[in-house]
Ligand binder design. Sequence first.
Ligand code: MRU
Length: 342
Amino acid sequence: MKVKVDGEEKEVKTVWFEQPDVVMIDQPKLPFEFALKRFSNYKATADAITTMVVRGAPAIGATAGYATAQAVLQGEDMQTAADYIKKARPTAIDLAHGVDRILNVLGDDAEANKKIAVEEAEKLAQEYIEKCSKIGDNGNELIKDGDKILTHCNAGWLACVEWGTATAPIYKAKRAGKTVFVWVDETRPRCQGARLTAWEMAQEGVEHAVIADNSAGYYMKKGEVNLCITGADRVARNGDTANKIGTYEKAVVAKANNIPFYIAIPANTYDFDCENGDAIPIEERDEGEVTHMWGEGGKIRIANPNSKARNPAFDVTPAEYITGYITEKGVLKAEELSQLTQ
Ligand code: MRU
């Protein structure tokens, strides 16, 4: 996508491979600084997933593919490397799918494997771009001129390689000449909405407003939200969906107000092996993300000094609250998700 950096327009992806380095946009620095970071070996790349230099399920999947290719190039023991990379974060299934995509094409010839692994990792990243673009085309058909759309967290191009999942329909609608307005949930504790989605919307020239997480229900009840679209970190076989903490509440309130609630995903985020939402592992992150906030002026404590905090990074929205799944294969119902193939 195009970004304006110091007044100059640049074409950039979220993550890419410049052998032997994986290069990515340093997301914790956004929106105050646009910087790139390079990681020269698979451990460093996997650690960048853990520390959320790169985040968002498809971007994690593509990065996992590149990290696995780095391990092949380095001549590492692949079982050890795969285990290390897969442990980087627990919830987004794209991570394991990304590692397995590379492992599945390797043969017995270590030298030949280098080329095979790099080509497969590039193919995976390219597929994400194409799938997200199709998600955009399919989701665009749900958007009417003048719609006010609510999204949670960042399921934009920063969370993918390009286009985004939840944001792709918005960008396609805008480019098709429709007027759209986006309610951007702030998304505490890490504020991916206020920091990243708002930055993307500004870059794309989409009219938007950041709202505190607690405000979504207020605007839904007032009739100021026509449609909700979020991404997902893992969709179970029955359609139950893990996404950023707070998504469940938004889906319940949307249903109470008869507002359609869609999840946008590529097949890579669908987990055939997971029967329902109870089987999805939920990441618990550092309590400091809740007790503190950080932004342009640095990091400050906002919670009572001696209080403990809890910080689940995701929640599960049961399928009954989800109107449909915007995928590269079309807009599917929960019972149609098995059409998705990796
Ligand atoms: O903790 P994060 O920032 O990785 O969480 C990201 C989300 O929850 C996104 O909505 C999800 O990964 C979909 S990204 C297209």
